[in-house]
Design a protein around this ligand. Structure first.
Ligand SMILES: [Mn+2]
Length: 478
């Protein structure tokens, strides 16, 4: 709860520094609501709304929260529950219970919100309205019966709370280290158990089981992407139309992008490795190229660095390495001019991470999206600052329709050695995704999984041998 108290303190401090803020302003946030599956009475698994979570850490649905900006006083409003709740859902807790649980100054019922707020005689209620620059959706502003009697400002709060969420406190960093540690261990569990013949969804299931059992993570941060073979080049594989249901085959590359979420704090990690534990020469070459760009970016990251420059750096390393492998030929500078990097890495290098896996704050006023292949997919174009948390996730993919497009474009075709490229059709892709925190002088790596090709082979071989030894022992006992 001190994590959320600190978040509220920072928000008030920031708001008080805003010259447009009127005295006696009160922030009013509305939490998420319990929803049902379509027209049925089956509850969806509730997950708190992110801004509300950041401010209060409240796990229950149907709540509101208020913060007196001048004094920092925090109030939570909880639903007054009917007696039948005690029959079906369990004990109805007192307001005192929630006051203690969430360490706030007062707790009232949501039905009394207008009265409670009006007794505080605020000059203005600050409600939250603003664009999520990743989804294009606007967040839902707090509303309640009786709000029309108040002076409401719905523009001041959003940019300020977003800037607060952008920079993580020590306590938030500690939670993000935890989500990364558990999710890293879960990925290692996958590397130990993967083998040709298993289904991709068995790996998804194992990841979720590990995160939930060992980390108390009921949610993952996003739908698991468990692509094997050519599926590893499908950037958002794992959705309902491609539900991780292929059989993993000998010779496949696996690209598993999965992250556990703890108390609404995310992780976002991708591991790529050969299903059978041994890289072919081509697989190793592509893997090493991606690792090289990942580590080049990590070496360059520090406060003041322009994020799109890191994307360009990764592109440059990829193009150099693809030339060395023989898939490309010619001047890398000239390739950069025609955005050839985006043929192999159509997505952005990485994104902000926090309570949302694509965390808010990517494009504040004054920071514009760059309209160029690859770069336009970046979820932020900001300068890096200490305490930002981001993913670094370069990848090289062999996506047929992008390759065909490039081959049909004279400006790009001239760099491609089509004969060598043929060998990589159907290869899939490699992505290496780590989570990092920007520090005063560089960065802290939050993710901890085997990363070099040798480390991966050794790790998978050891796991395989210990499994065999265990099987052998078990069969002897029988
Ligand atoms: Mn990511």
């Amino acid at each position: 709860m001190s994590l959320f108290a600190e978040n509220r303190r920072r928000l008030c401090e920031r708001l008080r520094a805003n010259s447009k803020l009127a005295r006696n302003s009160i922030v009013v946030l509305q939490g998420g609501e319990q929803t049902q599956r379509y027209c049925t009475d089956t509850d969806q698994l509730f997950r708190q709304e992110s801004f509300f979570h950041w401010s209060f850490g409240v796990t229950e649905a149907g709540c509101y929260g208020a913060i007196d900006v001048d004094t920092g006083k925090a109030i939570i409003f909880v639903p007054k529950l009917p007696d039948s709740y005690a029959t079906w859902m369990g004990k109805i807790h007192s307001r005192e219970h929630f006051k203690e649980k969430y360490a706030v100054n007062e707790v009232h019922y949501t039905c009394d919100i207008a009265d409670v707020l009006s007794n505080m005689r605020p000059s203005t209620l600050l409600t939250l309205r603003g664009l999520n620059t990743d989804s294009g959706s606007t967040c839902r502003e707090a509303s309640f019966e009786g709000i029309s009697q108040f002076q409401v400002n719905n523009t001041l709060l959003h940019p300020e709370i977003v800037e607060c969420r952008l920079l993580k406190t020590d306590m938030e960093l500690e939670v993000l280290r935890y989500t990364n540690r558990i999710s890293s261990e879960a990925h290692k569990e996958i590397m130990k158990h993967v083998k040709p013949g298993k289904k991709e969804y068995e790996m998804e299931s194992l990841f979720q089981h590990y995160c939930y059992t060992h980390g108390g993570m009921r949610h993952t941060s996003y739908t698991c992407i468990c692509g094997s073979g050519n599926n590893s080049s499908v950037l958002h594989y794992g959705h309902a139309a491609a539900p991780n249901d292929k059989t993993i085959e000998d010779g496949d590359m696996c690209l598993f992008d999965m992250g556990g979420e703890y108390y609404c704090y995310s992780s976002d990690i991708t591991c790529s490795f050969p299903a059978n534990g041994k890289f072919t020469a081509d697989q190793r070459a592509i893997y090493d190229a991606v690792l090289k760009s990942s580590r080049a970016v990590m070496a360059a990251v520090k406060p003041g660095v322009v994020w799109p420059d890191m994307h360009r750096l990764a592109d440059r390393v990829h193009l150099e390495e693809l030339t060395r492998i023989g898939i490309l030929r010619g001047s890398v500078d000239d390739m950069m001019k025609v955005h050839l990097g985006a043929v192999f890495m159509p997505h952005g290098l990485g994104h902000l991470l926090g309570i949302d896996v694509h965390d808010v704050g990517g494009y504040p006023e004054g920071v514009d999206r760059i309209d160029a292949p690859g770069l336009k997919s970046l979820r932020t174009a900001r300068l890096l600052q200490e305490r930002m948390v981001l993913t670094i996730e370069p990848g090289i993919y062999f996506i047929d329709h992008l390759l065909d497009q490039a081959l049909a474009d004279p400006a790009q075709r001239c760099f491609i050695n089509n004969e060598t490229l043929q060998r990589f059709r159907g290869f899939g892709g490699v992505r290496i995704e780590d989570d990092i925190a920007v520090t005063a002088s560089g960065m802290e790596l939050l993710t901890c999984v085997p990363r070099t090709a040798d480390q991966i082979e050794t790790f998978m071989a050891e796991a395989h041998n210990s499994c065999k030894a265990f099987d052998h022992q078990a069969s002897q006992k029988l």
